[in-house]
Design a protein around this ligand. Structure first.
Ligand code: BGC
Length: 446
């Protein structure tokens, strides 16, 4: 039996736009309406959390969880600039209280990819007054919710937000190949983080404030020097640059020549949140301009969840947790795994991932790493951004037409892990290699 320290947090993560339903005032709803989601779907009613989140909170409680991560939708609170909807804050207050009432510690994200359309129209985080505008929203939110929440995730995955929105063009604003804008967005988000940190600590000196960093293992596609260099560049830009901005106030060289500094950021971080999913293979390709000449691929014979409409999601790679924790550990802050999961409609791989992710965490903690919690992505299938409803990450399956949920076998497995606060050896034997218990992908489609 591998037992975790008492007080270790076992949670699930969600985000507002992906679960709430009826979000009509953010830039993602505009993006969906213009047909930019690959499978043509829209978030629509999503998981209906705005009206009925409590029912899923009951499910989370039945799993025995003691933590839950959710986010606040800025565009609900301030649908038009300067017009604040107090009822929205009242709803979030109740929701967060309901999380706590069920014995779960709420982690609240302030920016999880979405913001009001009017903010986007002014240039989003590239607008000259973006930090001030974002800070006004943060102030209102924290003022209203600090009595019920003290764990705050300022920004979710600045690296994904920047790279998908300004390099790959897969997220709004859909800009392709603009490295300079990508790096400037990162710096702005670092400054927003710093400002949010100051505001939160103003209300709550003992608050726990961090951000969520997506960490991908970039594996050189061959031993060739050029592939190793291409992989290293991805690693530096995608995995490391936001850490550097936050802790030194500058991007790593030579990228600092293209971006902006964030001088107010250093010293403003209580924890590191890591969102860890996969490994991608990299080879240098002069044609791949949008991804800085790195071609990304995934070999057929590695464990993989369901494919996106155009691209594979990546290798399902529990060892990515070791790499991410070892890198983040250098910065000397407690670590929470704030997301980890796999798109797996048929639940053929998820249990293997859970068992091995937890095994690796246990090993890292034994080695002295200060890891305080694991949050699985996610409780119920939710709207998966540019992949729409195609990719399913839930411990519970959602029928979007009827809103019915059905537990996948992984839900029971996670319940056992949480219940025993650890991993029984029998689970390791049962899910020793990824082929054990593996089922062929079920046919896709609603
Ligand atoms: C994001 C989530 C997303 C998940 C699965 C993370 O990048 O924070 O919003 O659903 O990965 O792709």
């Amino acid at each position: 039996m591998r037992r975790f320290p008492s007080g270790f947090l076992w949670g699930v993560s969600t985000s507002a736009h992906q679960v709430e339903g009826g979000n009509a005032h953010n830039q993602w709803s505009a993006w969906e309406a213009s047909g930019r989601v690959r499978d043509g779907t829209v978030s629509g009613q999503a998981c209906d959390w705005w009206r009925h989140a409590e029912q899923d909170l009951d499910r989370a409680q039945q799993l025995g969880l003691n933590a839950l991560r959710l986010s606040v939708e800025w565009s609900r609170l301030e649908p038009e600039e300067g017009r604040w909807d107090r009822e929205v804050l009242a709803r979030y207050y109740l929701l967060v209280r309901e999380v706590k009432r069920r014995g779960m510690r709420p982690f609240l994200t302030l920016h999880h990819f979405t913001h009001p359309r009017w903010f986007e129209a002014r240039g989003g985080f590239l607008a000259p007054d973006a930090v001030e505008t974002f800070s006004r929203f943060v102030f209102r939110t924290v003022e209203a919710l600090h009595e019920v929440c003290s764990d705050w995730v300022t920004v979710n995955e600045p690296n994904v937000y920047g790279a998908f929105g300004y390099l790959a063009g897969e997220f709004p604003p859909g800009i392709k190949g603009d490295l300079r804008a990508t790096l400037r967005v990162l710096a702005r988000l670092a400054r927003c983080h710093a400002s949010a940190y100051r505001i939160i600590h103003g209300f709550q000196p003992s608050a726990n404030v961090g951000w969520a960093q997506n960490y991908v293992v970039f594996q050189p596609g061959s031993e060739r020097y050029r592939d190793r260099v291409a992989a290293r560049i991805c690693e530096q830009l995608f995995n490391e640059s936001f850490f550097q901005l936050l802790h030194t106030g500058r991007l790593p060289a030579p990228w600092d020549r293209f971006g902006e500094p964030a001088p107010e950021a250093p010293g403003k971080c209580d924890f590191t949140g890591l969102n860890v999913y996969n490994r991608l293979y990299i080879s240098l390709d002069p044609q791949a301009k949008r991804t800085l000449f790195a071609r990304m691929f995934v070999p057929e014979d590695v464990p993989q969840g369901d494919r996106g409409a155009q691209y594979p999601y990546g290798e399902c790679y529990p060892a990515a947790i070791d790499r991410a924790v070892r890198y983040a550990g250098r910065f000397g802050r407690p670590i929470y795994i704030l997301e980890n999961g796999v798109p797996d409609r048929g639940d053929r791989l998820r249990r293997w991932l859970l068992v091995h992710a937890v095994r690796r965490l246990h090993h890292l903690i034994e080695r002295g790493h200060d890891i305080r919690g694991y949050f699985h992505w996610t409780l119920v299938d939710s709207f998966e951004w540019s992949e729409g409803w195609r990719l399913r990450f839930g411990l519970y399956e959602l029928d979007t037409a009827t809103q019915q949920r059905r537990a996948r076998p992984s839900a029971e497995l996670y319940r056992q892990i949480v219940h025993t606060n650890g991993l029984r050896s029998s689970l390791l034997r049962q899910f020793g290699s990824w082929q054990d218990g593996y089922a062929e992908p079920a046919a896709q489609g609603e």
